[in-house]
Write a protein that binds this ligand. Structure first.
Ligand SMILES: C[S@@+](CC[C@H](N)C(=O)[O-])C[C@H]1O[C@@H](n2cnc3c(N)ncnc32)[C@H](O)[C@@H]1O
Length: 254
């Protein structure tokens, strides 16, 4: 076991923090899962944390991007990935071949979201569903994470690509957002701290260590915030994440 302080702190944070993002995802997907059936593709599925909600589907295909993974994680992720993609512009699937596309926390790395939506439209059958989540008021999480999309922009991307929007939901309200950003600060602090000068290191370490000690209580507060705000879906201009639910329009032929 690695007993280095940095590793112990990392493990402690992992165990003690209540993950409001996961809790909101699970809550929202549990409400949608009964309507998920047929052949689905999860674009950028990662290690498939939400696979369970697609158990009622006849097929659950997954994609990932090779460059997103370190060598140590590669073998495990390869076993779970149906096919690799390098961007979202060319999915190796025929036209009209899917009943649904899921895409969670990937849109913020897409250089050309319009082209990405066009490609999803191509592979979906008319009436096919799109479930998409994307970061909004949330810190950058990788060098590829370059874009944030407002609810208006998601609406526009749908309108331009013949998707009918069923809903665009916030992940709770103000308190959920502050909590999510605070927990991200707790995880990022050790890396940022290393880069500081000695005096700043001392001054910053004191409140941080206090927060570390209080983490179980802060997590309980996070659970309470989740309980209160899990049904707050209209705060789309002040939220850490957005959920889009849309359907490809069925064009009636004359
Ligand atoms: C933050 S992870 C999200 C994983 C999972 N969907 C979740 O919600 O936990 C981002 C995923 O997007 C994929 N990805 C990264 N860059 C991409 C790109 N340019 N085109 C398509 N997928 C990409 C990676 O394979 C990675 O699994």
């Amino acid at each position: 076991m690695n007993l280095r302080p940095a590793n112990l702190l990392y493990k402690y944070l992992q165990i003690m923090q209540f993950d409001i993002h996961k809790a909101m995802m699970n809550y929202k997907l549990s409400k949608l899962s009964s309507g998920l059936n047929g052949r689905w593709l999860d674009i950028g599925a990662g290690d498939q944390p939400y696979k369970y909600y697609f158990l009622g589907c006849s097929e659950y295909l997954t994609t990932n991007t090779k460059r997103h993974y370190k060598q140590v994680d590669f073998e495990a992720i390869e076993k779970q990935t149906t096919f690799w993609i390098e961007d979202g512009k060319n999915l190796p699937l025929p036209d009209n071949s899917l009943d649904g596309v899921a895409c969670f926390q990937v849109l913020s790395v897409m250089d050309k979201p319009g082209e990405f939506f066009r490609e999803i439209k191509r592979v979906l059958k008319p009436g096919g569903k799109l479930l998409l989540t994307t970061d909004f008021i949330y810190p950058v999480w990788s060098t590829e994470d370059r874009y944030r999309h407002t609810a208006f922009n998601l609406q526009q991307l749908c309108a331009k690509n013949s998707f009918k929007v069923s809903s665009i939901e916030s992940f709770g309200g103000f308190a959920s957002t502050i909590y999510a950003i605070f927990m991200r600060y707790m995880r990022s602090f050790p890396e940022l701290w290393k880069q500081k000068k000695l005096l700043a290191k001392l001054l910053l370490a004191i409140p941080y260590l206090l927060f570390v000690l209080l983490l179980p209580i802060i997590s309980l507060k996070g659970m309470a915030i989740f309980g209160i705000e899990k049904n707050t879906v209209h705060n789309t201009d002040f939220t850490f994440n957005l959920l889009l639910v849309a359907e490809l329009e069925i064009v009636e032929s004359l």
